[in-house]
Write a protein that binds this ligand. Structure first.
Ligand code: UD1
Length: 382
């Protein structure tokens, strides 16, 4: 059997890992053994356990319970914890997802132990190294033996950084393989849309029409001015366009909003009749809310993409995006924290809903592609 060690820790990578675990248990259980390690980067029920339950992901063998901290504290603690797990499990491949501090720590641990690393969602670039995620993804890519890139743009980014386009096995960290795998999140979106979501009962009629807001990026939450600009614009948009706003709040954002405090400058969203402040949603709840939102305002990469998969337009609360296709097709607009741009982009999409969302992200068979590629790379394990 090929033994893989999947390392997760933060909400988006738990969701991505679900697609790989599902296909292993459906099609590869006699050829691939998967062990899951959880770093504990996310620990609230709504940020972690809910996804294991809802997406039927096997329980992690170990949870390192690292929790929150400064970047250095969190990364260092995960690095030493993950190193011990990799040594104890001695897998053929370590698998990491996305661009979080968990991804970075696991990548460094595997590369230093000379265990081949597979990076799912390789090659994405915002070209903004002020984002911790950009540093994490560049380092993870350069520690990897198998780079699974979701898009052609991601492949081109890797080639520009010196990764060879030849892909000649045997692969190693010095001769890495770069694969156009498609986007593993599409596997989940299609699977759950087709199998689990029964739209008719899920949202009550009086919910419509509505838009969705998510904001959690360090750049937006750690700067009160930016958070204030974004929320003021959203309130103006809601009032002008008569749209309810569903706003599931990430714990980081919640602590910055500090809405319980009567002196919080964000209190204006508290009792606003059109702003619906929610706890973080589960994956299926998120898909459902995304599916029927007129417009999605977000700074999340994952939400941008799910919006695209579901043919919903996005107003991107950032200055740049790793998902250039979304902007290039005109189905997403970058607005940063600019009040006028946020308002105008939202209004534009209500009045001109895009009609075409060309396919850039594969066909929802990325997890299968990854399993086949890894099995081929280890012929003695078949
Ligand atoms: C992390 C990722 C980000 C990803 C996001 C998804 C990094 C650098 N960033 O950001 O790329 O988009 O996850 O959610 O890894 N907190 C809780 N409960 C939790 C988790 C976090 O209260 O279960 C609070 C803590 O105050 C913590 C803060 O949120 O300090 C930030 O958490 P952290 O994991 O450092 O980063 P995220 O903002 O979640």
């Amino acid at each position: 059997m090929l033994k893989i060690l999947s390392i997760v820790g933060a909400r988006p990578q738990i969701i991505k890992a679900a697609a790989l675990s599902r296909i292993i248990s459906l099609k590869y259980k006699d050829r691939i053994e998967e062990v899951i390690i959880h770093s504990g980067q996310h620990y609230d029920f709504g940020m972690s356990n809910v996804f294991f339950d809802e997406l039927a992901i096997p329980q992690p063998k170990i949870n390192l319970s690292v929790g929150s901290g400064s970047h250095a504290e969190q990364t260092a603690e995960m690095l030493s914890g993950i190193e011990k797990c990799v040594v104890a499990e001695n897998p053929d491949v370590v698998v990491v997802y996305g661009d979080t501090n968990t991804t970075l720590s696991a990548s460094l641990a595997a590369a230093k132990l000379k265990i081949p690393l597979a990076h799912i969602e390789a090659g994405l670039r915002s070209f903004n190294k002020k984002m911790p995620e950009e540093i994490n993804r560049v380092i993870s890519d350069h520690c990897s033996t198998f780079l699974f890139a979701p898009t052609i743009t991601a492949i081109q980014n890797l080639h520009r950084e010196g990764f060879s386009s030849e892909n000649t096995p045997p692969f190693s960290v010095d001769n890495p393989g770069v694969f156009h795998s498609g986007d593993i999140m599409l596997d989940n979106t299609l699977y759950y849309l087709n199998n689990q979501i029964s739209d008719s009962k899920a949202l009550s009629e009086d919910t419509y029409p509505y838009c969705l807001l998510t904001v959690h990026r360090e750049n937006n939450t750690e700067n009160p001015e930016r958070l204030f600009n974004i929320l003021s614009a959203i309130v103006k948009f809601a009032d002008t366009m008569g749209r309810r706003i569903k706003f599931p709040v990430h714990p980081r954002t919640k602590s910055k909003l500090d809405l319980e405090n009567p002196n919080s400058r964000f209190r204006f969203i508290n009792n606003h009749p059109l702003i619906e402040i929610l706890e973080p949603l589960s994956f299926l709840e998120t898909l459902l809310v995304e599916k029927y939102a007129d417009v999605i305002f977000t700074d999340s990469g994952g939400v941008q993409k799910e919006a695209y998969f579901l043919s919903r337009p996005t107003v991107i609360l950032r200055n740049e995006t790793e998902w250039l296709e979304i902007v290039n097709t005109g189905t997403g607009i970058l607005v940063d924290d600019d009040e006028t741009k946020i308002l105008n982009a939202g209004k534009y999409f209500i009045e001109n809903p895009p009609s075409s969302y060309p396919s850039f992200y594969g066909e929802g068979k990325t997890a299968e592609f990854i399993c086949n590629t890894l099995l081929e790379a280890f012929p003695d394990k078949i």
